[in-house]
Design a protein around this ligand. Structure first.
Ligand code: NAI
Ligand code: A1CAB
Length: 266
């Protein structure tokens, strides 16, 4: 039976991606099959979406026009090897695995296959994701645009050359985790100043959300917004000065580059 999309791996990212696509009306749930080694995971997602669910990856990809592979990198080689003979020759295969290059995917599937390496991020779960897309040479401009349209159903998506995927991991793929560390630290400070814990998270989270929204919507440079907040002899410049004394910028750069280095080494 022909399907538009087969998803392999119904975890955090795979679920967010397919929910975004179905929610935007880009592919009908009845044209999708989702597969997971865990029966509970595939039937939960299939039930939420109203699509077919299975634990049989090979059956899932048979006659599928597009296959999205969303398993952890450690399982990727075995999963892709197991599918290689069944995936239709003209199907688009999308991998979101960290550290897995197009060359490695071509080695597993065949270099004549149409493959797109994508690096999304977890805010896809609330339709505020940021994804990079890198097609191999077999993918046409129209096919790449179609994948971009699908990944834009839950946020922004841009095509990047493969050598920039390490930068993508540093800035957006892994950064929700370090932004959370920053938010926790802000909330800890508010708690130390006497605010109840739950209220402290609300104030810190809304401040981070609003700052990013302002920068994205206006195109204003972050340094300009920082200067707008920092009144002469005011409160903010005291905090900015303390951040610089503490090596905050260097710590963030080192952290993000550690993520990039790991992505290269995987
Ligand atoms: N979590 C994140 O923030 C991001 C993750 N990624 C990438 O997304 C991929 C998935 O990550 P998550 O969704 O976080 O992981 P997850 O652990 O939430 O989901 C992975 C799913 O794959 C299933 N699975 C494992 N072996 C399988 C097999 N042989 N056949 C079918 N399903 C199988 C698991 O049961 C699980 O449901 C990874 O490759 C990761 O590098 C990319 C960007 C961001
Ligand atoms: O930590 C990881 O490996 C994945 C890839 C990007 C975000 N999480």
């Amino acid at each position: 039976m022909h399907k538009e999309l087969a998803l392999i791996g119904c975890g955090n990212m795979g679920s967010a991606i397919v929910k975004g696509i179905v929610g935007a009306g880009l592919i009908d749930a009845c044209d999708i099959v989702v597969s997971d080694v865990s029966e509970a995971a595939s039937s939960r997602l299939a039930g939420e979406l109203g699509c077919a669910g299975t634990c049989d990856n090979v059956e899932a990809v048979r006659d599928a026009a597009m296959v999205i592979i969303a398993v952890k990198p450690q399982y990727l080689d075995d999963v892709v090897r197991g599918l290689a003979d069944t995936v239709a020759p003209d199907a688009l295969v999308v991998s979101i695995a960290a550290g897995v290059t197009l060359a490695r995917l071509e080695g597993l599937l065949g270099s004549e296959r149409k493959i797109v390496r994508v690096m999304p991020n977890l805010p896809a779960m609330v339709l505020a994701g940021m994804s990079s897309l890198t097609p191999n040479a077999q993918v046409s401009a129209e096919e790449c645009a179609r994948v971009q349209e699908l990944f834009e159903s839950f946020g922004r998506a841009e095509v990047v050359p493969e050598h920039l995927i390490d930068a993508v991991i540093a800035a957006s793929g892994s950064s929700p985790a370090y932004v959370c560390v920053f938010i926790e630290a802000l909330a800890d400070a508010a708690v130390a100043e006497g605010m109840p814990r739950a209220q402290a998270y609300t104030f810190a989270e809304q401040a981070v959300l609003g700052t990013a929204k302002y920068l994205l919507e206006t195109g204003v440079h972050p340094a300009v917004l920082k200067d707008m907040v920092s009144s002469p002899a005011g409160t903010t410049i005291e905090a900015v000065s303390a951040l610089e004394s503490g090596g905050f910028r260097a710590a963030v750069i080192d952290a993000a580059r550690a993520a990039a280095a790991k992505n290269r080494a995987m």
